[in-house]
Write a protein that binds this ligand. Structure first.
Ligand SMILES: *Cc1c(COP(=O)(O)O)cnc(C)c1O
Length: 342
């Protein structure tokens, strides 16, 4: 019997039984009046984890990024970011649409941003170029293969940009922290605002959080309303989020372990890709291959579903729904059908 192994994304994860139980018994209220105790508890918990004054529960990670842009920029401003970051390449141009800002892009093919590249753009302000309102970084950096930032690099960047705000897109910040041993607080301390997703590796059905100062989160609350993201009895969702934070963080190391196994299998199966499996440090296997789309298509027919994130770049993501048996199955598929993929 063929299996089906879904490696498209960690967003396909299902809520755990404990989450379903917590949702069915959640105490809720109208969050528009600040009266949902479960939402309030989740926001407080996340703010504490990040070492920030306040946090805001949001329907999605995109909205968290977009609200950060709304509160940290003015129309016409420039955001410095890595050119393949989510906020640049995977939000349908939302920052331009919502905030009338533009990006100055720097190379992020290895996951981090070079200090000199960022400072060069900021320095150009002195040469009649537009105001650089903020720098945005992504940790883990998805397109490079779930690369976690080194704390020292992030600190150096934050230090070099001085008072200028930094937004940390930490959709997978928990993965980064588990992989590097750097605390969430230490990572978040480098940033003005930080967001994380509950609905990816942590398996909650819906929701992301944005954290920052009281003042910024007050503004963020207004922007959430403007974008139509204010919810009512959202405690049902927050209840699952609290369970996610309590029970699903430590197990991410299992996803990382399986991703590394897959990385080695893929590296062996496609030597021409020159993929270094040791660069796979979290839950994402991603590498360039001239036949990327064909590989994804053929593997999909064999029950191994992945995706492409750019022309000639494949991606396979591990998560709580991927078992050791699934890894074995992928191994068999790659072994048996390798010739068919050429
Ligand atoms: C998934 C993701 C987002 C957006 O989260 P959604 O909940 O899908 O809107 C933002 N940034 C990164 C790096 C992501 O991987």
């Amino acid at each position: 019997m063929t299996r089906y192994v879904d490696l498209r994304s960690d967003t396909v994860t299902q809520p755990t039984q404990q989450m379903r139980d917590a949702m069915s018994t959640a105490v809720v209220g109208d969050d528009g009046y600040g009266e949902d105790p479960t939402v309030v508890a989740l926001e407080a918990r996340f703010a504490a984890l990040m070492g920030k004054e306040a946090a805001l529960f949001l329907p999605s990670g995109v909205m968290a990024n977009q609200i950060a842009v709304r509160v940290l920029t003015r129309p016409g401003d420039v955001i410095v970011a890595g050119k393949s970051q989510h906020i640049v390449s995977f939000e349908m141009g939302a920052s331009a649409r919502n905030s009338s800002v533009q990006f100055a892009l720097v190379d992020d093919s290895a996951g981090s941003l070079a200090l000199s590249d960022v400072l060069e753009i900021i320095d150009a302000e002195a040469d009649h170029q537009p105001h650089v309102a903020m720098v945005s970084v992504e940790n883990t950096h998805m397109p490079s293969g779930g690369t976690p930032w080194e704390l020292n690099d992030l600190r150096a960047l934050a230090g070099a940009i001085g008072e200028r705000p930094m937004h940390l897109d930490g959709a997978r910040l928990f993965n980064a922290s588990i992989a590097t041993g750097v605390s969430l607080k230490d990572y978040a301390d480098t940033a003005t605002t930080v967001m994380a997703c509950l609905s990816k590796g942590l398996c909650a059905p819906v929701g992301s959080l944005l954290a920052g100062s009281d003042e910024l989160m007050h503004q963020a609350r207004i922007e959430r309303k403007r974008l139509g993201g204010a919810m009512r009895q959202a405690g049902f969702l927050a209840a699952a989020g609290l369970v996610a934070l309590e029970t699903m963080v430590d197990r991410l190391s299992e996803d990382h372990h399986r991703a590394r196994q897959l990385a080695e299998l893929f590296a062996d199966a496609f030597p021409e890709a020159d993929y270094d499996a040791s660069t796979c440090r979290t839950n994402i296997v991603s590498f360039n291959h001239p036949q990327a789309r064909q590989i994804v298509e053929e593997l999909s027919k064999l029950g191994v579903d992945g995706g492409t994130v750019a022309p000639r770049r494949v991606r396979f993501v591990t998560h709580a729904g991927v078992s050791d048996d699934d890894v074995d199955y992928v191994s068999d598929v790659l072994e048996k059908f390798r010739p068919a993929l050429r």
